[in-house]
Design a protein around this ligand. Structure first.
Ligand SMILES: *[C@@H]1O[C@H](CO)[C@@H](O)[C@H](O)[C@H]1NC(C)=O
Ligand SMILES: *[C@@H]1O[C@H](CO)[C@@H](O)[C@H](O)[C@H]1NC(C)=O
Ligand SMILES: *[C@@H]1O[C@H](CO)[C@@H](O)[C@H](O)[C@H]1NC(C)=O
Ligand SMILES: *[C@@H]1O[C@H](CO)[C@@H](O)[C@H](O)[C@H]1NC(C)=O
Ligand SMILES: *[C@@H]1O[C@H](CO)[C@@H](O)[C@H](O)[C@H]1NC(C)=O
Length: 258
């Protein structure tokens, strides 16, 4: 004999089981449509942000030339970051690609062309900022190197007509007389087209993100300098209203002489 309360409980039990089933089925179908190698949803025409190394909690590089301890951790940070860029390591893992053109490795229809190869970015391409010819990256002479990278965006094509995007740095207006001359490595501060498009971590296992180093040759001492670096590209827009961090990075540099 089933009581009315029993019937209500039974009804809810069946009802909730049905809901759970619906949920599981929907989830299952969702997951089936996802592709391991490509993001399903991606905002087109995004300009990625940029980041600097060495990087602390804030975007601030402060040190005293004469106090080794004040820049030693910055140098260590760069050493660690650059170790996968060692020429020997790059020669083992990546290809020496033709410059100034995209390294396209499309899948042909349903046939996957994975894993995909990546191009060599040799540490020595950073010359004076490689930590090889000058193992203190200029910090001991008050001529620090700062590395800049462009955040990865899958399938992004950052230039057209064989023109690689390049980085330029400058001081915020009030500091323009303090920044002094800069030198960029690789020459002209370019992110060569051969490092693009990026196909994602899973498809391109040995991908090495290209870098640009900027060296401050005669920045004023004992004063804060607000520096801004930005990407110059004929396909990417910088600093739109919507995202002021797109294609640019700002940081504070202070070099003390004692
Ligand atoms: C990379 O090269 C630097 C200097 O040339 C060296 O000190 C470091 O041990 C190397 N790292 C690896 C992982 O081989
Ligand atoms: C990188 O260094 C390796 C080893 O020295 C060399 O064989 C290779 O040609 C270099 N690649 C580039 C792109 O300069
Ligand atoms: C990745 O690097 C390893 C060596 O570290 C190499 O054996 C392998 O072939 C590389 N894979 C691709 C897809 O480049
Ligand atoms: C740097 O830019 C100048 C002027 O745009 C150009 O003539 C030169 O070939 C470039 N150098 C490299 C290494 O790309
Ligand atoms: C470096 O900058 C100072 C001014 O801040 C200037 O007096 C000096 O001549 C510059 N040195 C060189 C080598 O350009």
């Amino acid at each position: 004999m089933v009581t009315p309360t029993g019937l209500i409980l039974l009804f809810y039990l069946v009802f909730y089981l049905f809901l759970a089933g619906m949920f599981a089925l929907t989830m299952y179908i969702m997951l089936l449509t996802l592709d391991d190698y490509k993001p399903t949803w991606q905002d087109r025409l995004v300009t990625p942000g940029m980041m600097i190394r060495p990087k602390g909690d804030q975007l601030e590089i402060t040190f005293s030339v004469s106090e080794t301890e004040s820049w030693d951790n910055l140098v260590q940070n760069l050493n660690t970051f650059l170790s996968p860029y060692n020429d020997s390591h790059q020669a083992q893992t990546n290809d020496n690609c033709p410059a100034d053109q995209y390294f396209i490795q499309e899948d042909s229809g349903e046939v996957r062309n994975n894993p995909k190869r990546s191009c060599q970015f040799n540490r020595t391409m950073l010359e004076e900022c490689s930590g090889v010819s000058d193992r203190f990256y200029g910090y001991n002479k008050g001529q620090p190197c700062i590395l800049i990278k462009l955040n990865r965006v899958i399938n992004m094509l950052p230039g057209k007509d064989g023109q690689s995007p390049y980085v330029t740095c400058g001081a915020k207006r009030e500091d323009s007389d303090k920044i002094g001359p800069l030198v960029y490595y690789p020459p002209n501060g370019t992110f060569n087209l051969m490092y693009y498009p990026y196909y994602g971590k899973k498809a391109q296992v040995n991908y090495t993100q290209p870098l640009v180093a900027v060296k401050f040759l005669n920045a004023s001492m004992n004063t804060d300098i607000n520096v801004e670096c930005k990407i110059n590209s004929n396909t990417l827009a910088t600093g739109s209203e919507r995202d002021k961090f797109a294609g640019r990075v700002s940081f504070k540099l202070r070099i003390n002489d004692k």
